[in-house]
Design a protein around this ligand. Structure first.
Ligand code: ADP
Ligand code: MG
Length: 166
């Protein structure tokens, strides 16, 4: 049953405090919640949307979970809260950001949860790490693979691979 649980794609980012330490702590907590199958390299990326803030550190994680989407979002938001994330505004600097990029082929359009994440195909900090670990992953609505989405994305923000994440 567990092995057939949908593939969950998570995007993690941080740009305040000790961003790499916070990503490690977030991954540790995610491992308690779901079965992590792959983690991308660590990337440093230019902030999108609101430029007057430090660079982000980002990675993408593939996992399996039988949780319902709303339940998983509640858990990832709990982790954000416990790790000191203060909600301010979209694209604001943050100690940790956990985005659910996709859950299997599910399409969800609810008030607090949209799947797949509506902006994933235009963000270098998602597409580059995702294409690294899952180039053949296919967007459930656009029907394009991660590699195709990256190739088609045009000009993206600066995305620099730092090192393997272990
Ligand atoms: P962003 O990550 O776009 O900068 P936030 O992290 O501040 O934005 O999240 C804003 C809201 O996005 C959250 O309150 C959450 O309810 C909503 N949201 C919608 N879809 C998703 C998703 N797939 N993953 C995470 N949050 C989501
Ligand atoms: Mg978010």
């Amino acid at each position: 049953m567990y092995s057939t649980a949908p593939l969950v794609v998570l995007g993690l980012g941080a740009n305040l405090g000790d961003p790499v330490g916070q990503l490690r702590e977030a991954v540790r907590r995610l491992r308690e919640l779901l079965r992590v199958e792959a983690i991308s390299s660590l990337y440093r990326t230019a902030p999108v949307g609101y430029a007057e803030q430090p660079d982000f550190y980002n990675l993408v994680c593939l996992a399996r979970s039988a949780l319902e989407p709303a339940a998983l979002l509640a858990e990832t938001q709990r982790i954000e809260r416990e790790m000191g994330r203060e909600r301010s505004f979209r694209n604001a600097p943050r100690a940790i950001d956990l985005d659910i990029l996709a859950m299997g082929d599910m399409v969800v359009d609810a008030a607090g949860l949209t799947l797949p994440h509506p902006r994933l195909h235009e963000r270098g900090f998602v597409l580059v790490p995702l294409a690294e670990i899952a180039p053949g992953w296919r967007h459930p609505i656009l029907r394009r693979t991660a590699a195709e989405l990256l190739a088609d994305a045009g000009e993206l923000e600066r995305v620099e691979r730092i090192q393997a994440f272990d």
